[in-house]
Every structure is written in structure tokens, then in C-alpha cells.
Design a protein around this ligand. Structure first.
Ligand code: ATP
Ligand code: MG
Length: 440
């Protein structure tokens, strides 16, 4: 992408309304724009990051055996009347009437709809286990939307829903998502800690919130420090192995971790003082086994091996991509701007032409730009007439992992400079070597 032809409306000043660094940087870099309270457009730079986050989420969901579909944002109130949640949901639900005066709503979540899809077509235990997910906009009329897309009213959610014949099978489905989440957050460059969450009347140990530690987080959390060293399940993890997944779950839930709602002062106090971590955190995911809570009122049953009808056991599994993007920034930035982990960076590299119009600089940059693109890299080419200082500041601000700097003197010697955004390390390489390194 040539910057001169791109749409990246950078702000020179820090926007006053932004209270936390991620919100400030997302506005300054022109990643997002607020359209009305808690409702955002994702401008091209932001959209690139969001798409990469979604791609990683999707890959890990698929690896764990979940199947993608797409459900609408607008739902009929009828389904919610069946489950009994239409009245309960309260003011967070945006209620709408269509031209026939039928009650509709903008979905805050999809348990009812997926249960309806399930019951209309699945009749036998032989179709189980089944886990269906989508990545779709939700609307919750939050009482305090804030921090940009961290807590917005319209936001994206990956929500998966599992269906099983028995509780034991449902726990295996739960463990699949547990492992998929550990892998997902790790690939996003984050260390997320699963913390026991409230299961309400259902009880048990099968609701976890995945929390990222950050000073600006809205939740107060308490955990054992050892989480930092736990191994992330490998890419070849066998998701069909009941024991294998259970042992990963057991390991990751073997030490204390809880949000303030579930906090147990005595259990936390039992940890030696040096290993206690009390901090603030951002909830980026939530998984929940809820048994027959929806299958019962909505009549979602399958025929079991015994020939009898059984209510299916369900779980739901949410991740918020539009919250993850600012969460990643909270975890990875410095005074000059964002530092994207390579896996979600909007571009893999930015080629900076220090002197457009200079034949050597132009030829070299064109060559680099073409070679990197041909190798399948996402490249931003700063071919604008801005001053060199402005170009460097922009490159730092938008946080692209590698800067390839082509100035007249280096280029005349057949060389360019590479700068690593994260470490600041610089090296001078021949053009050939630079291409090799960046396409390796
Ligand atoms: P919170 O306690 O932060 O309001 P929640 O418990 O209501 O979250 P869930 O219903 O479990 O959230 O939704 C699953 C995921 O969706 C959350 O873990 C989060 O990543 C994301 N999410 C929820 N609400 C919002 C929001 N208002 N803005 C952005 N992302 C959200
Ligand atoms: Mg909420």
C-alpha cells in the first residue's frame, strides 16, 4: 500500500476525550472513529488489525473442531420470550419495532438463536458433539461505554456454542475451548490468565474469564505469579484426547486466580507473599458451561443411544475482538506509539523513502516494495513528501514491526537501514540482504 494513496487520518494532537493509552493511540493513528456514543467505524488501519485478530481466533476455533456460521444481528423477540430472557435482560437490550410493529431486538448474544437452529435440525446423539460459532456484531446498551472500543455499545464478538449429550461430554467440549483460548491469546502476543468466574445457580468449576493484566483494566484480580511460566498447549494438541485436555485444564486451574467477585481472601492469603499478585485486568474472553439452561425451556433434545429423548448440555464461549485490539495496545506500546506483535500488525514492514524524487531512493524503494509484496508480505510504502522526521514519527506511532529506511547516501552505496520497532535496534544491509531477511 502506498501511503500517498492510503486513508490513514493521523491526528497531530492527543484527543482530549481519550482517558487511556490504547484509546488515545487508536484515535491518533486513525484506526477508529466514533460515530455516536459507544459506536465506532473501523478505518482501514484498524480494520487490518481487526481482521488479523479475527483470523487467528478463527484458526484456533477451527483447530478445536468448532464450525463457523453466521447469524443475523437483528433477532425476533419471540425466541427470547421462550427462554424467559426478554424481560430479564433489561435496558442493555436495544429493542426495536419493525413496520408491522413486531418486536425485534439487536442481539446482545445468541444462545436463543443457536438453540433454535439446533433444535430445528439435530435429532440424534450421533450428530454430537457439535460446536457452532460466529464472529458477529453485538449490541449492548452499556450504562458506561468508555475507553473507545474496549467497552463500546456495538462490538464484535466471537461466540461459540457447544451441544453435547451428557455433562461429561460437555466438559470435554469446554476443555477444547479452554485450550483454544490459551492458544489464541498467546498467538495474539498476550498472556491471558483463566480465572474462575461466577456460575450462578449452575455451580461447578466451569466458568472462566480470561484476563489480561493491565493497569487500566476494569476488573480487580488476584492470582499466583506462576501463571507467567505456564506452557501454552502446542499446535499439535490432540483435541479428541479427553485425558490430554483434562490434564491441561487441571494444570492451568491448579493455582489460585480469581476476579474480585470470586475472590477468597483466605485462599489467596495461603500463597506465600512473594508469589501473590494483586493487579488490575481486562476481561478478553469468557467461557461457560450452563447445562440445560436453554435446552430445557426451548425443548432442544436429541435421541440418545438408549432410544430416549435427552435435553442437550450446552456451553457458550465468547471472545471480544474489538476489545482485544485495545488490550493488545495496552500491553504493548511505548512513548512513541504502538508496538504491534508481528501476528496482528497492520503491515509487516514499512518502507520509508527519505527523499522521493531522488532516482536512487525511488528505484530502491520500488524494488523493495515489489519484492516484499511478491513474497506475500503486507507492506506500507511511505512515498509521501513529508519530512523525514515526520515519516519516522508516523512509522513509530503506527507500530509496524520493521522499518526499512532508504536514504540517498545509503542507497548510493547499495544499502538500506532496517529498524526494529520494538527494540530500536538498527542494522545496515545491502538491498539484496534486506529483501532476503524480510522475506525469509
Ligand atoms: P463485561 O463484564 O466486561 O461487561 P461480559 O461479562 O458482559 O463482559 P460476555 O457476555 O462474557 O461479557 O462477552 C464475551 C466477551 O465479549 C467478553 O469477554 C469481552 O471480550 C467482549 N465484550 C463484552 N462486552 C463488551 C463491550 N461492551 N465492548 C467490547 N467487548 C465486549
Ligand atoms: Mg457486560
Amino acid at each position: 500500500m502506498r501511503l500517498s494513496r492510503y486513508f490513514m487520518p493521523i491526528l497531530k494532537e492527543n484527543p482530549k476525550e481519550a482517558e487511556i493509552v490504547s484509546h488515545r493511540l487508536m484515535l491518533r493513528t486513525g484506526m477508529i472513529r466514533q460515530q455516536s456514543q459507544g459506536i465506532y467505524s473501523w478505518l482501514p488501519l484498524g480494520k487490518r488489525v481487526l481482521d488479523k485478530v479475527n483470523a487467528i481466533i478463527r484458526e484456533e476455533q477451527n483447530r478445536a473442531g468448532a464450525i463457523e456460521l453466521s447469524m443475523p444481528t437483528l433477532q425476533s423477540a419471540e425466541l427470547w420470550q421462550e427462554s424467559g430472557r426478554y424481560e430479564d435482560y433489561g435496558k442493555e437490550m436495544l429493542r426495536i419495532r419493525d413496520r408491522q410493529d413486531r418486536p425485534m431486538l439487536y442481539g446482545p448474544t445468541n444462545e436463543e438463536m443457536i438453540t433454535d437452529i439446533f433444535r430445528s435440525s439435530v435429532k440424534s446423539y450421533k450428530s454430537l458433539p457439535l460446536n457452532l460459532y460466529h464472529i458477529q456484531l453485538k449490541f449492548r446498551d452499556e450504562i458506561r461505554p468508555r475507553f473507545g472500543t474496549m467497552r463500546s455499545r456495538e462490538f464484535l464478538m466471537k461466540d461459540a456454542y457447544s451441544f453435547d449429550l451428557t455433562q461429561a461430554d460437555a466438559i470435554h467440549s469446554y476443555n477444547k475451548m479452554f485450550v483454544a483460548y490459551l492458544r489464541t491469546f498467546d498467538r495474539l502476543g498476550l498472556r491471558a490468565i483463566p480465572m474462575r468466574a461466577d456460575t450462578g445457580p449452575i455451580g461447578g468449576n466451569h466458568s472462566h474469564e480470561f484476563i489480561i493484566l493491565a493497569d487500566t483494566g476494569e476488573s480487580e484480580v488476584f492470582c499466583h505469579k506462576s501463571f507467567v511460566d505456564f506452557d501454552i498447549p502446542a499446535v499439535d494438541t490432540d483435541f479428541d484426547s479427553v485425558e490430554g485436555l483434562q490434564s491441561i485444564f487441571d494444570k492451568w486451574t491448579s493455582v489460585y486466580a480469581a476476579t474480585s467477585e470470586m475472590h477468597d481472601e483466605a485462599a489467596f492469603g495461603a500463597i506465600s507473599e512473594g508469589d501473590r499478585l494483586s493487579a488490575r485486568g481486562i476481561e478478553v474472553g469468557h467461557i461457560f458451561y450452563f447445562g440445560t439452561k436453554y435446552s430445557e425451556p426451548m425443548g432442544a433434545k436429541v435421541q440418545g443411544p438408549d432410544g430416549k429423548e435427552h435435553l442437550v448440555h450446552m456451553g457458550s464461549y465468547g471472545i471480544g475482538p474489538t476489545r482485544l485490539v485495545p488490550a493488545i495496545i495496552e500491553a504493548s506500546h511505548d512513548e512513541n506509539g504502538i508496538i504491534w506483535p508481528a501476528s496482528v500488525a497492520p503491515f509487516d514492514a514499512v518502507v520509508i523513502n527519505m527523499k522521493p524524487g531522488d532516482e536512487g531512493c525511488d528505484t530502491t524503494c520500488d524494488r523493495l516494495y515489489t519484492a516484499l509484496q511478491n513474497a506475500g508480505k503486507d507492506v506500507l510504502y511511505d512515498d509521501t513528501d513529508d519530512r523525514a522526521g515526520t515519516k519516522f514519527a508516523t512509522a513509530d506511532l503506527i507500530g509496524v514491526p520493521v522499518q526499512v529506511i532508504a536514504g540517498p547516501r545509503a542507497v548510493a552505496a547499495g544499502e538500506v537501514e532496517l529498524k526494529d520497532r520494538k527494540t530500536g535496534a538498527r542494522e545496515t544491509l545491502t538491498i539484496e540482504a534486506a529483501i532476503n531477511k524480510l522475506t525469509a
